[in-house]
Design a protein around this ligand. Structure first.
Ligand code: SAH
Ligand code: SF4
Length: 342
């Protein structure tokens, strides 16, 4: 819901300020999907708002649940222009829910292994289109009567957050505002492919929000080959940005490393990764997540499970915290890198 528009609308129509509060409570905090559910406001106002102030800036085209019930993917059609985006609700542990949200339609960064990258960038999402994905999941959990806590939001859907930073930053303010969504800063995570100016501004402006870096390659030669962002911001520029972050915030940074068979999973690659991570310094604040490649029908193959384990043991021998991340939602094409708005 576009909160600024709602406030303007109510003021222009001469409603008292407490009405705005009642509506925000009903829609944002309580997850009411229609104005008729907000019983504290008069029927006439319910009807007026239903006509003039849409609660969601998109239509829900479909919702799919993975076979294990741990991931739900929604396909949404934006009211403005008709583009499709996707958002995923994940249960990392029983009774806990986390929303993975998109910030752009497509993405301009062009990573070779990512389905979103294949689309190119269609447009940025507005602040309202970003926060409303969370609103949609609140409504969904309420309607389906699914119990549990919903405390975490990850900016790991479609798009590169630091290429739409103004709107993403505004969405973080709204999601953490105590009078609005009221998520804690620590419950939010932003993931970037390594857009250096964005990392620096993030370090200055969002000190409590978690940061994840999609590193994936520890040599400039390979990283440039599969991630064009590396031509603008190479590994040494990225290192410097991470050092800047760590000098300002003593918070853990998550380093994501996708495992591609025969491409970045050899013992030599492990050694390079260990070396790179050590060169950043503050090793106790860096945590590597190994993720097996999720197929998007390109010419890549996920590394064998044994290879991933061996890779992990190289990191552990060097005392670098490293976990193997379990993929959820791949049977509904809702796993990392598989979101393509179809
Ligand atoms: N654009 C941001 C946010 C997207 S997060 C970023 O790249 O960080 C999505 C995560 O999934 C990123 O770490 C991305 O590198 C990873 N990813 C992309 N394609 C993937 C694939 N096919 N299999 C597994 N992970 C993938
Ligand atoms: Fe964009 Fe991230 Fe996909 Fe790269 S991995 S193309 S930055 S969404």
């Amino acid at each position: 819901m576009d909160i600024a528009y709602l406030s303007r609308y109510l003021t222009e129509h001469k409603y008292p300020a407490f009405r705005t509060k009642q509506i925000i409570k009903g829609v944002i905090q309580d997850g009411c999907a229609t104005y008729a559910e907000i019983t504290t406001i008069p029927r006439a106002l319910q009807e007026e708002l239903t006509r003039d102030v849409p609660i969601l800036p998109f239509a829900v085209v479909s919702v799919h649940t993975s076979h294990d019930g741990q991931a739900v993917k929604a396909l949404l059609q934006l009211t403005d222009g008709g583009h499709m985006i996707e958002t995923v609700l994940i249960s990392p542990k029983p009774g806990m829910w986390s929303a993975c949200i998109s910030c752009q339609v497509g993405c301009a960064m062009g990573c070779a292994f990512c389905a979103t990258g294949k689309l190119g960038l269609k447009r940025n999402l507005t602040t309202d289109e970003i926060t409303s994905q969370v609103l949609f999941w609140r409504q969904y959990l309420k309607k389906q009567q699914i119990a549990g806590t919903f405390d975490n939001i990850v900016y790991m859907g479609m798009g590169e957050p630091f290429m739409n930073w103004k709107n993403v930053r505004e969405s973080i303010s709204i999601l953490t505002d105590k009078t609005l969504f009221s998520f804690s800063n620590r419950g939010l995570s932003v993931s970037t492919s390594g857009v250096v100016p964005g990392i620096k501004d993030f370090a200055d402006t969002c000190p409590q929000v978690n940061l994840a870096i999609s590193l994936h390659f520890a040599s400039d030669e390979k990283r440039t080959m599969y991630m064009p962002v590396n031509t603008g911001y190479d590994l040494s520029a990225l290192r410097e940005a991470l050092q800047y972050y760590l000098s300002k915030n003593k918070r853990k940074i998550f380093i994501e490393y996708i495992m591609l068979k025969g491409i970045n999973d050899t013992p030599e690659d492990a050694r390079l990764l260990a070396q790179y991570v050590s060169s950043i310094g503050h090793m106790q604040l860096l945590h590597i997540n190994l993720i097996r490649y999720n197929s998007i029908g390109e010419n890549f193959i996920p590394s064998d499970r044994d290879t991933v384990k061996k890779f992990q043991s190289v990191m552990q021998k060097m005392h670098i915290p490293c976990t193997i991340r379990k993929s959820v939602g791949d049977d509904i094409s809702g796993a990392c890198g598989q979101l393509a708005g179809k």
